[in-house]
Write a protein that binds this ligand. Structure first.
Ligand SMILES: NC(=O)c1ccc[n+]([C@@H]2O[C@H](COP(=O)([O-])OP(=O)(O)OC[C@H]3O[C@@H](n4cnc5c(N)ncnc54)[C@H](OP(=O)(O)O)[C@@H]3O)[C@@H](O)[C@H]2O)c1
Length: 328
C-alpha cells in the first residue's frame, strides 16, 4: 500500500473547502464519502469525483474500501462517529474542536488505543510550513524564553439562531468554534499546556458565547491571552514575546508569513508560498504516519487535545455555557 484510502464523513461546509486542497496530499487516495442520506452522498461523490458513496456513516465504518476517515460533522457528533469508525477498524482524523468536552475526548482516545488505530485532531494551523518553521525557530531560542503570547480570532456575523455557530444542540459558541485556535496555538508555540485559565464572556439568547476573552498561565509563569467571537472582526494576529525578541504572526490560524523582531536589528520577514487553504498538510502527515506504522506520531498529541478540552470545560463552567447532556 503506498496510499491511504480516505473516506469523508459529513459532506458539509468544511469539506467543500478541504476538497480543493486534498488532491495535493500525495499519499491520500480519496475513496469514499458518506452522509445520512444517499442523495447527499451521491451528490458529493459526483461534485468531487469520489468513487464510492455511502448512505450512512455505519456503512462507511463497515466498508473495507477505506483505511482512514475524516470526521467533518458538527462537534457534538465527533465522539460517537469517531468511536464508530475506530471500532470499524478505521484510522480517524477528526475536525476541531476534538470533541465537545473532556469526557468525550477521553472516550475517543481510549477507543483508539483499544482498537490500535491512529487518531488525530485536524488542528490544521499547526501543519503549515510557516507554523513548523516558526516552531523550530522558537525551539532554537531565536526570541529567547517566551513570556507572553496574545492571539485573537473573531469575525462579525449576523446572529442566526438556526445556524450551527449559535445553536446549543450543535455545539455553538465562539470558544469551541474559533477560541480553540488561539488556545491550541498558544499551547503549540509555548510547547506546554497551561496550569491556570480565566475567562470572561458574553452570551446570546441561545445560551452560547458570542464573545470571549481568556487568559492562561503556564508553570514557568508565562501568560497567554486570547479572544474569540462572532460580534466583531479582528485582525487575527498572534504576537509572541520572548526575552530576546518578538514575533508577529498574521493570520495565525492559516499562516503564510511572520516577522521576527530583535532589539537593535532590522525586522526579519519570513514568507511562504500560498498553498490554497493548506488543508492537505494534515492529511499528508497522517497518511505518512499510518503508512510508516508510526501511529504515535502527531503534530498535536492526543494528551494535548485532551488537555485543551479540559481547559475549555473549565472556561465554559465559568461562562455558564453547557451543552445538551452536560446537565443544567
Ligand atoms: N478546520 C477548519 O477551518 C474548520 C472550518 C469550519 C468548520 N470546521 C469544523 O468542522 C466541523 C463541521 O463543520 P461544518 O461547518 O462543515 O458543519 P456543517 O456543514 O453544518 O455539517 C457538516 C455535515 O455534518 C453532517 N451532520 C449534520 N448534523 C449531523 C448529525 N446530527 N449527525 C451526523 N451528521 C450530521 C451533515 O451531513 P449529512 O446531513 O449529509 O449527514 C453535514 O453536511 C465542525 O466541528 C467545525 O468546527 C473546521
Amino acid at each position: 500500500m503506498d496510499r491511504v484510502r480516505l473516506g469523508i464523513a459529513g459532506p458539509g461546509r468544511i469539506v467543500r473547502r478541504v476538497m480543493a486542497d486534498l488532491r495535493k496530499a500525495e499519499h491520500i487516495e480519496i475513496a469514499a464519502v458518506a452522509s445520512r442520506s444517499i442523495e447527499r452522498a451521491r451528490a458529493a461523490a459526483v461534485e468531487y469525483g469520489i468513487p464510492k458513496a455511502f448512505a450512512s456513516y455505519e456503512d462507511l465504518a463497515a466498508s473495507d474500501a477505506v483505511d482512514l476517515v475524516y470526521v467533518a460533522v458538527p462537534h457534538p457528533f465527533h465522539c460517537t462517529l469517531t468511536k464508530l469508525f475506530l471500532a470499524g477498524g478505521k484510522h480517524v482524523i477528526v475536525e476541531k474542536p476534538f470533541a465537545v468536552n473532556a469526557q468525550e475526548a477521553g472516550e475517543m482516545i481510549d477507543c483508539a488505543r483499544a482498537n490500535n488505530r491512529y487518531l488525530m485532531e485536524a488542528m490544521w494551523s499547526r501543519f503549515f510550513p510557516a507554523a513548523q518553521e516558526l516552531k523550530g525557530l522558537i525551539r532554537s531560542g531565536a526570541i529567547g524564553d517566551i513570556r507572553l503570547i496574545t492571539a485573537d480570532f473573531s469575525f462579525r456575523t449576523a446572529p442566526d439562531y438556526e445556524d450551527r455557530l449559535f445553536k446549543r444542540e450543535l455545539g455553538g459558541g465562539s470558544l469551541l468554534d474559533i477560541g480553540v485556535y488561539p488556545l491550541s496555538l498558544i499551547c503549540f508555540y509555548k510547547g506546554a499546556l497551561p496550569e491556570e485559565a480565566q475567562v470572561l464572556s458574553t452570551k446570546t439568547e441561545t445560551g452560547v458565547d458570542s464573545l470571549c476573552s481568556f487568559q492562561v498561565q503556564f508553570a514557568d509563569g508565562a501568560t497567554g491571552q486570547g479572544f474569540a467571537g462572532f460580534e466583531v472582526s479582528t485582525d487575527q494576529t498572534m504576537k509572541l514575546y520572548g526575552t530576546e525578541g518578538w514575533v508577529e504572526l498574521p493570520d495565525f490560524w492559516h499562516p503564510t508569513r511572520f516577522t521576527v523582531h530583535r532589539p537593535g536589528q532590522a525586522p526579519e520577514p519570513h514568507k511562504f508560498a500560498p498553498e490554497n487553504e493548506g488543508f492537505h498538510n494534515e492529511f499528508e502527515y497522517a497518511a505518512r504516519a499510518i503508512l510508516a506504522g508510526q501511529t504515535d506520531q502527531r503534530v498535536i498529541p492526543l494528551a494535548e487535545s485532551l488537555g485543551i478540552m479540559e481547559i475549555m470545560d473549565a472556561m465554559r463552567a465559568r461562562m455558564g455555557v453547557r451543552y445538551p447532556g452536560e446537565g443544567e
